[in-house]
Every structure is written in structure tokens, then in C-alpha cells.
Design a protein around this ligand. Sequence first.
Ligand code: 5AD
Length: 463
Amino acid sequence: MNRVHIKTYGCQMNERDSEAVAAMLRSRGYRIVNSEDDCDILLLNTCSVRDAAEQKAIGKAGFVAHRKKKDPDFVLGILGCMAQNRGASLLDQLPDVDLIVGTQKFHQVPDYLDNLRAARDAGLPIGETIVDIAEEAGSQNTIKDHLAPEAGALGTDGELLAPQVNAFVSIQQGCNMDCAFCIVPKTRGDERSRPMDDIVAECRSLAARGVKEVTLLGQIVTSYGRRDYTHTDGISPFVQLLERVNAIDGIERIRFTSPHPRGFKDDLVQAYGRLEKLCEYVHLPMQSGSDRILKAMNRPYSRERYREIVESLRAVRPDMYFSTDIIVGFPGETDEEFEQTRELFEACNYDMAYIFKYSIRSGTPAADMGDQIPDSVKEHRNAVLLDILKKNSERRNAALLGTIEEVLVEGPDKTGQRFTGRTRGNRVCIFDAQARLIGQRVPLKIERSSVSTLYGELQLAGV
Ligand code: 5AD
């Protein structure tokens, strides 16, 4: 009775945390299963960034808690940001939850599950809920285990396992920026970076397992190491880290998320010109195009400065792809202020964007600001930006028709009939290929596109 399913809500950091928990549990003898119906232990790794994300996880937990009535040994755990944000008060709504584990305690999950199992095997009732949401010095260093198979590892039928092509690597946890809308400083705590040598060693070990693309993760990666390392020759610790990962044999592509615009100084902009593995795709959260709203949000840049960053990156890499985060309907946002956002959004010509309707997060400064914006207005502003994004994305894809793109083959697509991979600009591609090409960068002639996907034919002899 050791089958664990982990369901993840929210961002890539959460996905990475779930993977690390899964890898730790597997090395303790637990089985990680894909089906939530056939598990003995269900862990929900949660998100708090908007109310809807919390409600989704609470709804799910309430629904599966019924299973405990039929099967008292079934274990339900809530991990991550919502556990951190709400703590033991979650039990008011969800009295049947066995485990509540915050963002600095993921590494304790195996011990807690071992304890629950030992109690159950001894015939004892599971008893009191375990709640652990304490801070822990050094917890940023505990997200390091991966599920990627060792080189040459065999599957259950003795077949050679295909390598995992891309991996997330956690480099930093927490954020000290205190954006007025954001719950992350509360859920993730103070900014803490991992030692550069550890990160480089982890990337090397991933490369040895066949991983070709790494995405460096943190809540504010551009601040990486600012308290632990000095600038050398004007190069920030984050760019020093990029240089070191760029030098690792076997790693062929580097991405990172999430940065802050204030981290795009000249050293990082120039890195796009000289680090050949750094993909020409930048996620650059704008949040708003109005200087007054940016100030109210406590975002330390102007629309002018933001525009300048985009232009300097395009000057270094004319083929750069841009993505962003926008919040519409921040308290007090007028039609004119939204119009400034719309205008800057259009001018930046994004290839991808995440557009959010402002959601009140209790305990953040913006929650207490007057002049909350009605839902219908947020809805309208959201639709206006989505419409621009769709047109941009179609235009960019149409321009790729007939061109040849470098695609890193990741594996079979959802249907299992074809293969999927991504361009350096992070566009998903679908094409015919063979399993031996997984992990290779191949030329793909783009023949067709939808809003978000490119379809094409490999330009290889014999495929
Ligand atoms: N309401 C809406 N969107 C939010 N984000 C963060 N906090 C909120 C909130 N209270 C968005 C920001 C951030 C992204 C991860 O989520 O755009 O960059």
C-alpha cells in the first residue's frame, strides 16, 4: 500500500518541487503512479497566487476526502504554497487531511509518510493531522532529486529507457520584492540561493543522464546569489551561473524563469549575444503599462524603462521571442491606465503572455486598497489583451511557414502516433520521427500552424 500520486497546481516551481518529492519517495521504496484513482496516498501540491487556484485545490481535497470513509487507510496530504499560506486553519474546511506540509519542508514528506505507514501497520489509527509549515534554514538546498533515469537504465520489461530530454533545476527560493499584489513572499519566504557549485554539479549530472535542456527556476532568478557572490567585471552572480551552465558538455539549451525586469542590466542583455546555449526566449513580466499602477504595485521600473529593455534585447537578438505576465484590474486601474497597458502590450509584440485578472490576496498591501475593480471590467480588459495575443501569435507562426527551425525532440506526442519537441523560441512542434531521435536537435521544415503549435517535416535523410 505504497502507491503515491502527486497532483500539482500552479507554476513550474511547483512542478519541480513535486518531482523532487516523487524522486525522494521513490528512493524510499514508494511507487509513483499516474492514476489518482489507483493510489494509496494522494498528495496535492498547491498554489496560492490567485484565489481560484486555492479554491480548485480545496474543492479537490474535499471531494477525495470522501474516500477515507470507505478506506480509512487512504492518506491525503496538502503540500506547498496553500499549505504554507493557510496552515492548520485548512483543517476547518478539510478536517480529514492527514498531512499539511509547507514550502520549506518538502524534504520531510518521506519521513512523515513513513510515520503514518508505521502507525497504520501497527494497527494504530492515523490520528492527528501532521502540520509542518515552519521555516528551515538551508531548505533551498533540498530540492535536488530528479526522476530522470540514469544513462542505460532499463524499464520493467528490460527495455532501454529513453532519456529525459529537459529538466527543471531549482536555483533559488523566495522573493523579497514585496509587489503589492503578491502572496509569494508569504508562501515562499525570504530570497535564498543555492550554492553555484551545487547547481553546476546538478546540471552536469543531468547531462550525464542525457538531459539536453535545463530551465533554471526560482521566484526571482535574476537576483540569484546577490547576497552570496560578488559581481566580477560587471557580471552579476546570475550571469556567472549562466556562463558556467553554458560551459557544461552535453547541455545544449538553457532557459530560466521567473526573472524581474530590474535584473535585465547590460550583463544579462549581452549574455544573449555571447552564450550560444541561452535560448532566444525571454519571459519578462510587465504587470502593467501605466507608471502610476506600476508604482502602486511596488514594481521598480517605468513603462519607458521596460520598453528600453525589450528593445535592447531585440538589438542583441533580432529573432528574440517575448512572453510576459499582466494583471488587469489592479485596484484603482482606470480605463486610461488600462489603455496604456494595452498600448505597451501591443508595442512589445509578445509571442506568449499570461494575463491575470487581479485577485485579492489577504495579507498583501493591495488587498486593503480601495477602488477594487468590478469583475465585468476585468473580464473585458482580459479579453482585449487575449485578442491581441492571439493575433500576434498567429502572425509569428505564419512567418515561420516554409522556414527550417531547430527542434529538440522530446518524445511521443499525446496521441503516441507522432513526436513532439520545441524550437529555441519555445514553440511546440508536432512531426513524424523515430524514437532514436529523442534528445537530438533536428531541422524541421514548418508546414502548418495553429495559434500555439507548429507542424512540419524533418529534414533528415532516411526519416
Ligand atoms: N492577482 C492576479 N494575478 C497575480 N499574480 C500574482 N499575484 C496576483 C494576484 N493577486 C500574477 C502576476 C505574476 C504571476 C505569476 O501571477 O502576474 O507575475
